[in-house]
Design a protein around this ligand. Structure first.
Ligand SMILES: CC(C)(COP(=O)(O)OP(=O)(O)OC[C@H]1O[C@@H](n2cnc3c(N)ncnc32)[C@H](O)[C@@H]1OP(=O)(O)O)[C@@H](O)C(=O)NCCC(=O)NCCS
Length: 176
């Protein structure tokens, strides 16, 4: 299956809403997303991403045949962490288990390291989220540790895993 990442379009709102209006996805993300997640919510998100600071927010639709089937974003931190960025992502459940998440993570990291001065991309999946931990490992990320009792999600205290990929881990990406 041919997976790509591209800039969001307002016309993706229906597909984005269909993907994210699913507790099996939202249960693995931070709180704060509307539930149910409507097409208007999706449109507001896309609008915010299109207006965001292009040096700090790198948000992409994950596509198959140009149809949005997921979302991936890299968000620059500030102050002394300004060359560090956090990555988050999800794939519509209909498309799980076909390598699309791994492909999107790899393509996004390549884009970030080739086009920005970001040196470190990190992600913090819940430690039980085997699929997410696995796609990070397959993309070259190192597990730097377990953040014990780092979150409360749906009333449960959860550990999180800290994964990071450095630009210097990837000799194929040009030096900044
Ligand atoms: C995490 C997520 C993006 C993975 O997307 P995906 O397209 O299914 O990922 P891939 O197919 O590239 O890879 C998944 C890998 O995890 C493995 N996997 C999936 N569930 C697993 C489980 N319960 N136990 C062990 N391995 C598992 C798959 O076998 C696959 O590995 P393989 O290619 O070596 O066989 C998707 O499940 C998702 O959107 N989950 C909800 C949101 C989320 O968790 N986002 C990340 C927050 S940090």
């Amino acid at each position: 299956m041919n997976c790509n990442i591209r800039a969001w379009r307002m016309s993706d709102a229906a597909d984005l809403a269909a993907a994210l209006n699913n507790p099996n996805i939202q249960n693995n993300l931070r709180d704060g997303l509307p539930c149910p997640y409507t097409q208007k919510d999706a449109g507001d998100y896309i609008d915010a991403m299109l207006r965001a600071d292009k040096n700090a927010t790198f948000a992409f639709a994950i596509t198959v045949d140009d149809k949005a089937i997921g979302s991936i974003g890299v968000f620059r931190k500030d102050n002394i962490h300004s060359r560090t960025a956090e990555m988050g992502y999800y794939i519509s459940e209909l498309f799980w288990g076909q390598g699309l998440g791994t492909s999107a993570v790899k393509q996004t990291c390549k884009y970030i390291f080739e086009n920005t001065d970001i040196l470190r991309i990190f992600a913090e999946p819940f430690a039980y989220n085997t699929a997410s931990c696995h796609i990070l490992e397959k993309s070259g990320f190192l597990c730097e540790g377990i953040l014990r009792a780092n979150a409360v999600k749906n009333g449960k205290v959860l550990d999180m895993a800290l994964y990071a990929l450095l630009k210097s881990d990837c000799p194929e990406y040009s030096e900044v």
